[in-house]
Design a protein around this ligand. Sequence first.
Ligand code: SAH
Ligand code: SF4
Length: 369
Amino acid sequence: MQKNVSPRVHAGHHLPEITGISLDVLERKLREFGQSAYRMRQIMNWIYHKHVHAFDDMSNLSKNLRTTLSGNFALGRLEQVACVKAEKGDAAKFGFELRDGAGIIESVLLYDDRRRTACISSQLGCNLGCVFCETGRLGLLRNLTQGEILGQLLAMNEYLEKRGDKSITNVVFMGMGEALANFRHFRNAVDYLMHPDAFNLGGRRITVSTAGVVPSIERLMREKLNVNLAISLNTYSNELRDRLMPINKKYPIEQLIEVSHRYFEHTGRRVTFEYVLIKGENDSDAAAAALKKHLAGLTCKVNVIPLNNCDYSSEKTPAKADVVRFVKKLHSFDIGATIRTTRGNDIFGACGQLGHLLLHKKSAAYQNI
Ligand code: SAH
Ligand code: SF4
């Protein structure tokens, strides 16, 4: 059931969120208002660096311009409904309720002295149906808007600011959803991630993870987004991948490998293959050998992610020794492979477990937040 929401209304119209319109449109609008590029930079600074919540607080703008801005745009925030810190103090998970009442999205912040990595959502749910993934179980409720994608980062930067920490250094689209199935909003958000007056991150600090939507990977290259690409390969054979990740029937392993070669040639960035390790399914030495064949001649790395158990799925986590054995096997083939750390496990912040808040809204874990 939809919840009642109170949208911002001005003169009978809903005002667009200023964080929800593309850079091009923002530029055009400000030009229409007779404003210079310099003014645009000042406005962006107020929003993305000084984190003001109202146009009226933009004190170096004229009263006239502030009135024009508040008459044309909203400057809202995502509604934070949960913030759970990991016991070790190296991660926090956030829940944000969407304004239209469609549901709760989750984002995770992993931090240490060097890096502050935001793992953000691009969709509420996902319709790609990977059997081991909690988000997949929700189905696709809806795509997130550009403003909702950026809103997660704004909230996390404010959180860091309050702790006296510096802002986010890395962004990974590995939260809920498939960013490449929400291409326009994803790519417009990336423009802001890279803009010096917004999040100011280079392409090498931004990673999009995909289950393998090949035409969107081609579009990344065409539109020269130049971000890091991670492909959730997860298996070594089409037969197994068809079963675990139904998208494989459309874009099988050979196509993923072929487009990865092109991605490297095109961008100079080596592709990361994520490989969720599942006990008895894809963790044998023979699996490692089959994987090696696929990756022959490709400049890439493999990130092994021990499966995080989900209540509903029969797939199981391998023993630690088996994870190490598998990775050593890959090393013996000269494949660069690492094990993804499981930071944030105690807050259900781990890979594939986002959606928990929504699925378990009535559970004790949720009530405790
Ligand atoms: N839709 C994108 C990004 C979100 S999923 C994608 O599939 O790549 C982010 C990562 O979590 C993917 O690599 C996915 O394979 C992994 N993942 C999903 N469920 C998992 C689980 N239960 N345990 C560990 N990793 C999981
Ligand atoms: Fe969607 Fe990624 Fe989960 Fe698959 S693993 S269901 S693509 S979010």
